[in-house]
Design a protein around this ligand. Structure first.
Ligand code: SF4
Length: 456
């Protein structure tokens, strides 16, 4: 879909939603994120996560999505009230802009059910069409901005060494106890049980299904989903998986690639999008995402593109943080190289640069102004390699705009806070001690900033 179609669909949705109420959002019905290790959910990813009722899902597995809290939010929307969790959209709308409420509701997977939702808005068994699920927090990485909630390797580290000495303390093991404790894979998990009970019904309606983690290659549920798709092809399904592309065991990679190959090459789905998380280039990327072997990851990306030549694409997800800036140029060059090599008839290599917001000390807004010119040079490089007449081997306008939006946010929210600088040093100094890394060996170009943080 082009950017202009996206916008015109959102404008149409704005009028349509207004027929019901000025705060109606179809994502509240048709989109869900399910965090099954902790039994939490939200609709789109903006509202805070809230608890799923473990007892209720035993008799009604659709209550994984249709929680009491979501029903309350829907009822508020029908009455024209603004549920508090959706403040991201209300703030934007108050400035006169269109929000994700319009954009998401305008997407075909949401709008196709407008009449049905209108007829039966308070159903407790509504089946969504856009589903993201995290089955398990098993992961072989401990990325700097992640936590024990999403990674067993992070959990092991804080069990051994305790919290990080930031203010307030970061990733303290006690924070992940009780209701916040992810249920380990070996234990009975009522949310995963309910998911599989719901799955045959859910699957019939699905348009977009995304698996995250943890690391999906390490999770048995990933292969169960793949096998189900192989046995029950669905030619309108967009299957998405987010991986670190560095499995700890080569046999897992073989199994994953073989099944993905069968799904794509035997046309079992409309399209498979393989998301690959990487935030910088080479050893700098390895520092940010502890556990990453950059060369192995890139080799696996190329193997995926080579071995499975159709019905799929790769998207690099670059969680744009203050350690991404100084090697972004090399990552951009690599993306162009891959586009030239693999995108012959359609675009097979995408990338996105969502801004990291937490932890605060890793935001780009912390960096001195001089770093903005590095980011500007990267935008210039993208502009010099753009233009639809150059086919698929270019940067798209919306990718350039996203980098420009990141710069605008950076300028508006530049943050010279001493506390964040102290925390940056406290975190990475402890990171170096525990993980036997050396910040200045990896980022010698950031020495001045490092010292500024050390002396803050
Ligand atoms: S109103 Fe906005 S924040 Fe709320 S569910 Fe819709 S898109 Fe998400």
């Amino acid at each position: 879909m082009s950017t202009s179609d996206y916008k015109s669909d959102a404008l149409k949705a704005k009028d349509k939603l207004q027929e019901v109420s000025p705060t109606m959002c179809l994502a509240k019905w048709n989109q869900t994120s399910l965090h099954l290790p902790t039994g939490l959910t939200n609709s789109c990813y903006h509202p805070p996560l809230h608890e799923i009722d473990a007892d209720q899902v035993k008799s009604n597995p659709a209550a994984l999505h249709n929680t009491a809290e979501k029903l309350d939010q829907r009822s508020k929307m029908l009455k024209g009230e603004r549920p508090g969790g959706c403040s991201y959209c209300w703030k934007l709308e108050d400035t006169g802009e269109m929000s994700d409420r319009h954009y998401r509701s305008g997407e075909p997977w949401a709008m196709q059910d407008f009449e049905q939702i209108r007829k039966n808005p308070m159903s407790t068994s509504w089946t969504p069409r856009y589903v993201e699920v995290n089955f398990n927090n098993a992961c072989n990485f401990k990325c700097s901005y992640c936590s024990p909630q999403f990674s067993t390797t992070w959990a092991k580290e804080v069990d051994r060494y305790g919290e990080y000495p930031t203010t307030p303390p970061h990733n303290a093991p006690e924070h992940f106890q009780g209701r916040r404790r992810p249920i380990p894979n070996r234990e009975e998990n009522p949310y995963v049980t309910a998911f599989w009970k719901w799955w045959p019904t859910l699957y019939k309606n699905l348009k977009h299904f995304r698996m995250t983690g943890g690391e999906p290659m390490m999770d048995v549920n990933t292969y169960k989903v793949f096998q189900y798709i192989i046995d029950n092809p669905k030619d309108d399904l967009h299957l998405n998986v987010t991986s670190n592309m560095c499995p700890p065991d080569k046999k897992l990679k073989e199994k994953y690639f073989n099944m993905a190959q069968e799904i794509c090459m035997q046309e079992k789905v409309e399209h498979m999008m393989q998301f690959v998380s990487v935030d910088a280039f080479g050893k700098r990327a390895e520092y940010i995402r502890d556990g990453l072997d950059f060369t192995y990851m890139m080799d696996n990306v190329e193997e995926f593109l080579d071995r499975i030549p159709g019905r799929n694409s790769i998207t690099f997800i670059c969680t744009y943080n203050n350690l991404s800036i100084t090697s972004m140029d090399k990552l951009l060059e690599k993306i162009l190289e891959l586009r030239t090599k693999y995108s012959k008839t359609y675009q097979r290599v995408w990338f996105d640069v969502p801004l990291l917001r937490q932890p605060a000390w890793q935001q780009i807004t912390m960096l001195p102004e001089s770093y903005q010119s590095i980011h500007e040079d990267n935008i210039k490089y993208m502009q010099a390699n753009s233009g639809e007449s150059n086919g698929l081997h270019i940067f798209k306008d919306f990718e350039i705009q996203k980098m420009q939006r990141n710069l605008a946010y950076w300028r508006e929210n530049a943050d010279a806070s001493t506390q964040n600088k102290k925390n940056f040093y406290a975190f990475f100094n402890e990171h170096d001690r525990r993980r036997l890394t050396r910040f200045l060996n990896t980022f010698p170009e950031m020495e001045e900033f490092w010292k500024e943080c050390m002396n803050a």
